[in-house]
Design a protein around this ligand. Structure first.
Ligand code: NDP
Length: 336
């Protein structure tokens, strides 16, 4: 049973030395349990937080333990009446080939063409984009919605759902290839490259009527460009701040929090953080039904980047924190 363990806690950006690969015996399912074999492992930005000891909304991974993560698995052995050998399930099996579960929290997957989609557009990231946009963002037809990390699992869902709701959608992404994809494949109205020097000016040019919803995935200089353009009663679903996950201290420069507070007050802006399953878990069924329909009708498109082999998970994950992924990052851990 190959496992990727947390070897040490990163200071700043994670490095190879923070991970180690172990080979252990395959666990054995006891009465009431199932043995799961991981087929697909999801790599997600929140895992950076779990590598740190700092207080967060979920407990950190212990040093020497397998990295945590969502997965799509096959049931290898079942001593639990609810599951049969061969079933596909969504689990939280972590970065390893095999794991044992008592069945709690496992979600059986229907036969589907792409089971790995259950880790992306039809799973946690899609749910995040859908709920954050619709519940906190409250997009109305004709409004302008801006989202960064626009081609990723969350951002691509946000933009496409906003288009379905009749909004004008402006994406922000890293590099011309991603921007082209956001416009030509995902149907965004515009997409701007955040590596360009004049992002703020370019954003102002395309957001001629200001910004009504800013779906926050990244923070930092993208937020700086967005803030002056926010309209009265704009909404900001605060989903993630990936540009800050590797920082070891607050960015240099003057404290601008009072300027931010004044802007929120004067413009009566609603800024609200959320943690998707904690806040919206009960609405998963509604999301799942709606999104499956949109994907099957081709109204929502989805791009995933498949990495081959568990051994490549650490480097792929490090790349995710630098924008090297293009689409939802998934590792193929084993054969179907
Ligand atoms: P993505 O698939 O979008 O991958 C991360 C992307 O972030 C990269 O591809 C890159 O896109 C962008 N990025 C990385 N580093 C930086 C940086 N320094 N500055 C600007 N952009 C950067 O990831 P997800 O769709 O899974 O996640 C998007 C966000 O949603 C994250 O912040 C994540 O933490 C958050 N999230 C929050 C949840 C919640 O419940 N609140 C649940 C799930 C996700 P590019 O090259 O285009 O810049």
């Amino acid at each position: 049973n190959r496992q990727v363990l947390l070897a040490s806690r990163p200071v700043g950006a994670p490095t190879e030395s923070n991970f180690s690969i172990a080979e252990n015996t395959i666990p054995v399912a006891q009465e009431g349990e199932v043995l799961l074999r991981t087929v697909f492992l999801s790599l997600d930005p929140y895992m950076r937080g779990r590598m740190s000891a700092a207080e967060s909304y979920a407990a950190p991974v212990e040093i020497g333990s397998p990295m945590v993560g969502g997965s799509v698995c096959r049931v290898e052995t079942s001593l639990n009446a609810d599951f049969q050998k061969g079933d596909w399930v969504v689990a939280f099996a972590g970065w390893q080939d095999y794991s044992v579960s008592d069945g709690k929290g496992l979600v059986k997957l229907p036969a589907m063409q792409n089971p790995s989609y259950a880790l992306g557009v039809l799973g946690m990231p899609g749910f995040t984009g859908y709920m954050g946009l619709l519940d906190i963002g409250q997009p109305k037809a004709g409004e302008t919605v801006v989202v960064a990390a626009a081609t990723g699992g969350v951002g691509s869902t946000v933009g496409q759902v906003a288009k379905i709701k009749g909004c004008k959608v402006v994406g922000i992404a890293g590099g011309p290839e991603k921007c082209k994809f956001a416009v030509e494949e995902l149907g965004f109205d515009y997409c701007l490259d955040h590596y360009q020097d004049n992002l703020a000016e370019e954003l102002a040019k395309v957001c001629v009527d200001g910004i009504d919803v800013y779906f926050e995935n990244v923070g930092g200089k993208v937020f700086d460009a967005v803030l002056p353009l926010l309209n009265t009663q704009a909404r900001i679903p605060l989903c993630g701040l990936i540009s800050q996950y590797n920082l070891t201290e607050l960015p240099a420069g003057p404290d601008r929090s009072s300027a931010l507070m004044a802007r929120l007050l004067v413009k009566r802006i609603r800024l609200q953080g959320f943690i998707v399953f904690d806040d919206y878990g009960s609405q998963y069924g509604e999301f799942s039904q709606q999104m499956s329909q949109w994907v099957s009708e081709g109204k929502v498109k989805y791009k995933e980047q498949m990495v081959e082999g568990l051994d490549n998970a650490p480097s792929a994950f490090m790349g995710l924190l630098e924008g090297k992924n293009f689409g939802k990052l998934v590792v193929r851990v084993g054969a179907d």
